[in-house]
Structures are given as structure tokens and as C-alpha cells.
Design a protein around this ligand. Sequence first.
Ligand code: FNR
Ligand code: 8K6
Length: 347
Amino acid sequence: MTTDLLAPFKLNNTIELKNRVLMAPLTRCMADDNLVPTQDMVEYYARRAETGLIISEATIIRPDAQGYPNTPGLFTSEQIQGWKKVTDAVHANGGKMFAQLWHVGRVAHPHFFDGDVLAPSAIGVEGSVPRMRELTYITPKAATIDDIKGLVADYAKAAENAIEAGFDGVEIHGANGYLIDQFLHYAANTRSDEYGQTPENMSRFALEVTDAVIAAVGNERTALRVTPGAYFNMSEDSRDKAVFDYLLPELEKRDLAYLHGGIFDDSTTFESLEGKTTSEFLRAGYKGTLVGVGSYSFESAKEAINDAKFDLIAIGRPLIANPDYISKIANGEELVPYSDEMLAELK
Ligand code: FNR
Ligand code: 8K6
């Protein structure tokens, strides 16, 4: 029997999705200057409510989480009210939506806020801020234990704010070389305390954040995105696999809504993961609901789900090009191809 990706999928006792196609989180840098979602964003997300679950663009949990211009936040009442308009519109169109909770760690830039750039260790990234190339990255401050406690508490607070803003749950952004991922990789974490050096210690921050968010909003409303293979703002280290070998069974015990592998092309293999792709590695180590992503078409996703490679598919760029992706697939209509110029406007 083949799985129908357009048929409902029960995520858990709290959440049922109307189909298995998720909208991947997509940063658009279109919030207003107070990092509040705009009316254009309300309409942009509402148009995509036919997907089983929309995952919001990465949304910062506090001011020093910011590394790009006009990324939305979830830490002021104005931002919460702005998101409420988005979630109301998505719900009115029959959709569901999770907020992706973000702190960029060492990829933050003090241009956007007052204070330190925090990271696990004082190791900077090369390069400069996309779209603001004159802003080069600085060497971050290694977070103190008090800093870490504050960060964990602020992820939980942002999760509570997300529920207040009407989201159906949250996806913690633990991927793509940002703060949580920085703790999980040797290239960014050289700490000598209980947050560094061993797989258990390097997983501690990710698990503390996950547990704090679960305590705030419940495990059935908590999801996590991870990138075991380093590919963005991070370099590979052969020891990284051991960290994820420890982390994945720990996550499985938490009975999350889902685990999501964040990657641009899921055919990319990683030496540090013994030649596996992201979804192959995650599937081998994690038995809960897994979301695949990364250059899939509807057809290739269907094949992968039928082969039990993962359970749900997240679609990114094709949903930028085709707000009506689900209807087009259902009706056998041709999709508009994605191009980078489409990022200039919210359609
Ligand atoms: C992304 N991606 C991304 N990932 C994430 O976890 N949070 C984010 O905010 C963003 N932002 C973002 C912006 C843009 C413009 C692109 C193209 C990508 C990665 C995205 O969720 C997804 O993993 C990739 O786009 C691969 O999926 P597709 O596009 O091949 O279906
Ligand atoms: C100002 C826009 C900021 C967007 C930040 C989120 C991520 C955007 C995508 C950038 C592309 C990264 C490409 C990595 C490719 C690796 C291929 C193996």
C-alpha cells in the first residue's frame, strides 16, 4: 500500500495535520523595524494554509538573537499581537502553524542590538552579514553559566509567547550553525565546563532548552530542527557524530511532536556521519516522527516516505514560488520554478 501524502496525519493526541506536507521555515527579512510581522506577512502565510503545517520563518527569542535585518521576534507584546494576526488568518483558512524559535549565537551582529554577542566559545565565524556586507562578524563572548541559564529561560518564555500568539506549537531552531548547533559541534564549542568536551556535555544546552520549552508548552507542541552534518556557518569535525549519537536517543525519550533535519539538499552526504545523508543518519538514530527536507519534489518525497526514510516532508523554495502548491499537486498542475529573485517580494 502506498502512503497518500495528502491524507491526514495524526502527529499526537493534541495535533492532527490535514496532510503530510509542511511548509519549511523560510527567513524573509520582511518584518517591520520593531521586528513585528506585517499585514503582507499575514497574507503570505494565510495563502499557504493548505499545507499540513506551516513552520514560521526563524523568529528571534530576544534582541541579541538577531543576525539579519528585519527578522521577526517573539519577545514584545507588539510582536505577539502581530503574530496573532498571522495565526488567526492561517486558522481561518483551516491551517496550522508552529513558530520557529531562533537565536543565532555567534552569527549575531551588535549592529542590531546593544550588548555582547554570545556563543559557547570565543570563536568567530568568517565573513559578513548577508544583505549588509559591510557588517563583518566579530569574535563572540563565551557565555557564562548565568548567561546560559538566561538563554534557556528566554527560549521557554518565547515558547509561551508563541502559544499566546496563537501558534499551535513551536519548532526550536537547533540547526544551521546557530546557537544551539554551535554547542553541538566541536568547531564552535571548546568549553571545558559541563557544556563542553564530551557528547553528553555538548548536548546539555540543546536538552536544557528542549526540556524548558516542553515544561512551558508541553511535549506535544514542541519540535526541534537539527543539522548533525555541518554545512552552514560551521565546519565538520569527525567527532561530531558521537554528539548526535548521544543526543538522538535522549530526544526520543522526550516524545517530541517531531524531529526535523535542516538541510538544503538531502542528497548531500557527510564524512563526519560516515557517508550518510542527514535523513539517513537521523532515521538510524531516532524512531519518533521525522520530517525530511532538502530539494525534494512531491514525487521524490512520496517515494522517500513510502520507503520509510522519514514520515513527513517539509517543502521550502517551491512554496515560495507556489503559494498554492498543495492545490497544484492535487490537481496535477505544473509548478512555477523557484528563482532567487522571488525573495525580493512576499507573494
Ligand atoms: C531557508 N532555510 C531556513 N531554515 C531554517 O531552519 N530557518 C529559516 O529561517 C530558514 N530560512 C531560509 C530562507 C531561505 C530563503 C531559504 C531558501 C532557506 C532552509 C529551509 O528551511 C529548507 O531547509 C531549505 O530551503 C531546503 O528545502 P527546499 O527549499 O529544497 O524545499
Ligand atoms: C538575509 C537573508 C538571511 C537568510 C538566513 C537564513 C538562511 C538563508 C539561506 C542561505 C543559503 C545558505 C546556503 C548553504 C548552502 C550549503 C549547500 C551544501
